[in-house]
Design a protein around this ligand. Structure first.
Ligand SMILES: C[S@@+](CC[C@H](N)C(=O)[O-])C[C@H]1O[C@@H](n2cnc3c(N)ncnc32)[C@H](O)[C@@H]1O
Length: 202
């Protein structure tokens, strides 16, 4: 069974960071196969479904988050899975949405494994939409929830997807869960058409 610090807070938190749904709708087809990576209790999966996306799957390593999501949104497809070992074939998703997840992965080594796994399951030409809390300079800190987090500067996120092209990336105003003013980095990232990824054997 996966152990996850997010289990302890799964019933106590309400996430609030927004994705750029307007641009997402402009750039992608509602019939796209969409992965909500680090879906928590399914808030963004549900928003995507309400926006009209018909094939949305959420994955999160926290069993308790997934349990909460299944109760709140029983119509969603939510799965528990480690972010570095997704239960999907290579090159299957058209779109992957990642909202406030890298913020919760302070280890740069784990982040690059996660980025590689996301790229593996994304189709060539597919789009990743990232929305993350950010700061001018990257910094790790213990959050009010008692969990270690890391705000990245935009370049740190760009470096994780160095083989892909970035477009529409920007820093916008946001609020933390406790209502404090913050910044959010949003980007759309395209996997090259000539880059079919394959799982590497251990
Ligand atoms: C701040 S919450 C955001 C949840 C959701 N994306 C939202 O915006 O409502 C971060 C989520 O990332 C998940 N997470 C933490 N480490 C992860 C990892 N290594 N791989 C995938 N998800 C992870 C946590 O379990 C948690 O549910």
């Amino acid at each position: 069974m996966l152990e996850c610090g997010w289990d302890k807070v799964a019933t106590k938190v309400n996430f609030n960071l927004e994705i750029d749904s307007t641009r997402l709708l402009e750039m992608t087809d509602r019939k796209s196969k969409v992965l909500d990576f680090g879906c928590g209790y399914g808030r963004i999966s549900n928003e995507l479904t309400e926006l009209g996306y018909t094939e949305v799957t959420g994955v999160d390593p926290s069993r308790e988050m997934i349990e909460r999501g299944k109760k709140m949104f029983p119509w969603l497809s939510l799965l528990q899975s480690a972010g570095t070992d997704l239960p999907f074939e290579d090159n299957v998703f058209d779109v992957i949405v990642i909202c406030a997840v890298f913020t919760c992965i302070p280890s740069l080594e784990e982040r690059s494994k996660v980025a590689a796994e996301i790229t593996r399951v994304l189709k060539p030409g597919g789009i990743v939409h990232v929305s993350e809390f950010c700061s001018e300079e990257s910094k790790s800190f213990i959050s009010g929830l008692g969990l270690l987090m890391r705000y990245s500067g935009p370049q740190e996120i760009r470096d994780m997807f160095a083989d892909c092209s970035f477009f529409q990336d920007e820093v916008v105003s946001a609020r933390t869960m406790s209502g404090e003013a913050a910044s959010s980095y949003r980007a759309f990232i395209r996997k090259p058409l000539n880059k079919a990824m394959h799982a590497t054997s251990a």
